[in-house]
Design a protein around this ligand. Structure first.
Ligand code: ATP
Ligand code: MG
Length: 347
């Protein structure tokens, strides 16, 4: 029997598409290595995010395609990842950060900070390098939710060193001022504070910075969009019918600021508030619906004591929903990069 060649394997891999990017793995340069040893084939695939929700689909498709080559008896598929890069971030800020994801809402108290913190940790749990930036200058809540209320920032080589918790880096104005200090920020001060949280911080190399926005669609959104290239924006909403109006406001603000919208998340889904407002809003507004997080008292309890649900109750339905959201969001970020740069090469 003729032996299997590497070229045959590569030809077979040209028939396997990344289901979301819609192009084949070879063209996307996602094949890092192919080894053939008699009837045994080892393929190494580089994904666009370690949090790829389609890993097992891609694995099955690669196996099936390679197994069809006559003479192949065994197929081994191995994965690593190289997160897609929004190159504007380095160009404009000289930050070695690949993507910036903003979490916003039309109205307050819908769970932005909760979603931002758990999303950041869930991405890190998948193996990504993640930071969270608390852009809520008026009411910084990230320190509380990460159990870092007593943390004070250290300066090293003229840059602020971000705090670390649960595998992520974190920066908040809350680390710089006393909690009872009243902060009255005028527009220009707010602008410069948000800028400094990006540029005066030793973020290091990161795959994602998740930005927790203050409620509403005011100055902070404007400043963020002017200061940094936001790879994608998320809108958090609640299931009630009236929430659609708020989601719409958040969406319009992103659009006016030319921030690509990743989609809508419905938080606090459940019996009390009902289910479905987020999905309805997404449909009406023509943006993707990314998923819902159930209303769960443990989410609130954990948030109040700095113990995020994805860490302390990882098997709860809320934690599972948040992890699934993290994967969906990571995949959508890859899709946005690909749409922005169809010549994208993964390696
Ligand atoms: N899925 C959930 N189940 C139960 N409680 C939740 C859930 N999500 C958030 N909460 C709680 O709701 C409250 C508001 O959440 P959070 O602070 O995250 O909202 P926010 O949109 O960031 O608010 P703000 O607009 O004030 O910044 C918090 O007490 C939080 O613990
Ligand atoms: Mg908040």
């Amino acid at each position: 029997m003729s032996s299997v060649s590497k070229e045959q394997v590569i030809e077979a891999l040209r028939t396997v598409k990344d289901p979301e990017l819609g192009a084949d793995l070879v063209r996307l340069n996602m094949i890092r290595d192919v080894r053939v040893d008699g009837g045994r084939v080892d393929v190494k695939v580089t994904l666009t995010t370690p949090a790829c929700p389609l890993k097992s689909t891609i694995e099955d498709d690669v196996r099936a395609a390679v197994a069809r080559i006559p003479g192949v008896k065994e197929v081994n598929v191995d994965f690593d990842s190289n997160v897609t890069t929004d190159s504007r971030i380095f160009q404009r800020l000289q930050l070695d950060v690949r993507n910036i994801i903003a979490v916003a809402s039309g109205k307050g108290g819908v769970g932005k900070t909760t979603v931002a913190v758990n999303l950041a940790i869930a991405l890190a749990q998948e193996g990504a390098r993640v930071g969270i930036l608390d852009a809520d200058i008026y009411g910084p809540n990230v320190p509380l939710m990460l159990g870092l209320t007593n943390h004070r920032i250290r300066v090293d080589n003229g840059k602020m060193v971000p705090a670390e918790a649960y595998g992520i880096k974190a920066m908040s104005i809350g680390f710089l001022v006393q909690p009872d200090q009243a902060l009255i920020w005028r527009g220009p001060m707010l602008h410069s504070a948000i800028r400094q949280l990006f540029t005066d911080v030793a973020w290091g190399s990161l795959d994602y910075i998740v930005v927790d926005m203050p409620p509403g669609t005011g100055d902070a959104q404007l400043s963020l969009a002017q200061l940094v290239p936001v790879t994608g924006g998320l809108i958090v909403t609640t299931p009630q019918e009236v929430a659609i109006m708020d989601a719409r406001r958040g969406l319009i603000a992103f659009r006016q600021l030319q921030v690509p919208v990743l989609g809508i998340i419905e938080n606090m889904s459940g019996d009390v508030f009902g289910v479905g407002g987020g999905e309805k809003a997404a449909k009406e507004l023509g943006v993707p619906f990314l998923g819902r997080v159930p209303l769960d008292p443990d989410v609130r309890k954990g948030g109040d004591v700095g113990a995020p649900i994805v860490v302390v109750k990882p098997e709860s339905p809320a934690a599972k929903a948040l992890r699934e959201l993290a994967r969906v969001i990571a995949a959508r970020v890859s899709v946005l990069s690909f749409q922005a740069d169809p010549e994208l090469r993964v390696i």
